[in-house]
Ligand binder design. Structure first.
Ligand code: ATP
Ligand code: MG
Length: 374
């Protein structure tokens, strides 16, 4: 049951409105003037306040101001007299959720209450999601996250994300609230992908292997970035090896590996450059190997940082989780492949992925990633 504080100096009004509100399921507390109202508000913290505007002593506008100072998210509905347009506007400017005119029509009151209820609900979701995100980020930051915890976070995150998206579509939202709902939806998406990375990294998501043409997969990934690469002044050269046997891999996860590598390459070429993608089938190597090399002409990686690029959370970017290469290497390792990074500062970077068509039987590769200074 929702608490509601009703402030009005006229006793009959308090009685009649009180009865009506109780019949609507509210737990009603009443005050006979502004001062008593503020005191009760501080003691009871009701989410909704209904206040008369014209009262001796502290008037409704002052009550509204004080309540908003104490608790901005409280919904205050102001009751004004007929023709008090100036006061009504003033109330709205002071962030009243609504105004209704005296004598109060039940219908107008119930519409105003419904809107206020919706807003308090909005406020609660916004507050809860914010707290949730803060907690999740803290947990992740201190590295105390277990697979179970990751799952536990992922499910409510989906719910919060879903509600935030629904909130954005609500017609009754105020401008600021729509923005907040948008921010929450975006942050939830970011955290979801982060949690996915963690689950992937910890081996919680099984591989779904299917036969795949690696050249086709890479072409498709490149196509995703077609526009962005052009916009960034990056040209693409490809050299696809012929007769590369189909390979049994998890298409989605392998796609993510190449997406990560290409995004890193794009980030490194701030002033444009060239992205080269080369695939070849190396029969001389045992076991037979499909080699994919992705090179950029970007800023390169300093030799003392090269060893760290696969470390979880290592990043030199302001907005980067530092999990991109960590997760990519783990995916490749689980395909029994290898991943290596070669780089020279100021010249560029090459990432080499090696997979083998028969590698289902390959023994476990201890160190699947290496970084080499050129
Ligand atoms: N092609 C590249 N050129 C230059 N530096 C690179 C390249 N690829 C990776 N790095 C360096 O390695 C770091 C780690 O890369 P990784 O992909 O793991 O994380 P990230 O890109 O920083 O963040 P995200 O989690 O968003 O991918 C980068 O911050 C960057 O310093
Ligand atoms: Mg990255």
């Amino acid at each position: 049951m929702s608490k509601l504080l009703l402030i009005d100096d006229e006793e009959p009004v308090r009685k009649v409105l009180g009865l009506y509100l109780r019949s609507k399921g509210y737990e009603v507390i009443t005050a006979a003037d502004g001062k008593e109202g503020i005191e009760l508000f501080q003691q009871e913290s009701p989410p909704i306040v209904l206040t008369d505007v014209k009262m001796p002593g502290m008037d409704g506008i002052e009550v509204l101001k004080r309540i908003k100072q104490i608790s901005p998210e409280t919904e205050v509905i102001v009751i004004t007299g007929h023709g008090d347009m100036d006061l009504s506007i003033k109330a709205l400017q002071l962030d009243a959720s609504d105004f209704i005119t005296k004598p109060v029509a039940n219908e107008a009151l119930s519409v105003a209450l419904k809107r206020a209820e919706e807003r308090t609900e909005t406020g609660r979701v916004l507050k809860a999601s914010h707290e949730y995100l803060r907690q999740a980020e803290k947990l992740i930051a201190i590295g105390e996250i277990s697979d179970k915890v990751a799952h536990e976070i992922r499910n409510p995150l989906m719910v919060i994300g879903g509600f935030a998206k629904r909130l954005r579509k609500k017609a009754s939202l105020r401008l600021g609230e729509e923005k907040y709902a948008g921010i929450i939806a975006n942050e939830v998406t970011r955290l979801e992908s982060f949690m996915n990375d963690i689950l992937l990294y910890s081996g919680q998501i099984p591989l779904e292997r299917k036969e795949l043409n690696i050249n086709k997969l890479i072409s498709e990934v490149l196509l995703l970035f077609d526009k962005e690469l052009t916009q960034r002044g990056i040209s693409v050269s490809t050299s696809f090896g012929e007769s590369i046997p189909l390979i049994r891999v998890d298409r989605k996860k392998l796609g993510e590996v190449f997406i990560n590598i290409i995004i890193n390459a794009m980030h490194s070429m701030e002033k444009g450059g060239n992205l080269t993608v080369q695939t070849e089938y190396i029969k001389e190597k045992i076991p037979n190997t499909t080699r994919i090399a992705i090179s950029d002409t970007g800023k390169g990686i300093a030799s003392d940082l090269l060893d760290k690029v696969f470390d979880p959370f290592f990043t030199t970017k302001t907005v980067g989780s530092g999990l991109g290469l960590t997760v990519a290497r783990e995916i490749i390792r689980r395909h029994n492949g290898t991943m290596a990074v070669q780089s020279k500062i100021g010249k560029g970077t090459t990432v080499i992925v090696e997979l083998c068509p028969e590698c289902r039987v390959l023994p476990h590769v201890e160190k699947a990633g290496t970084s080499v200074k050129l």
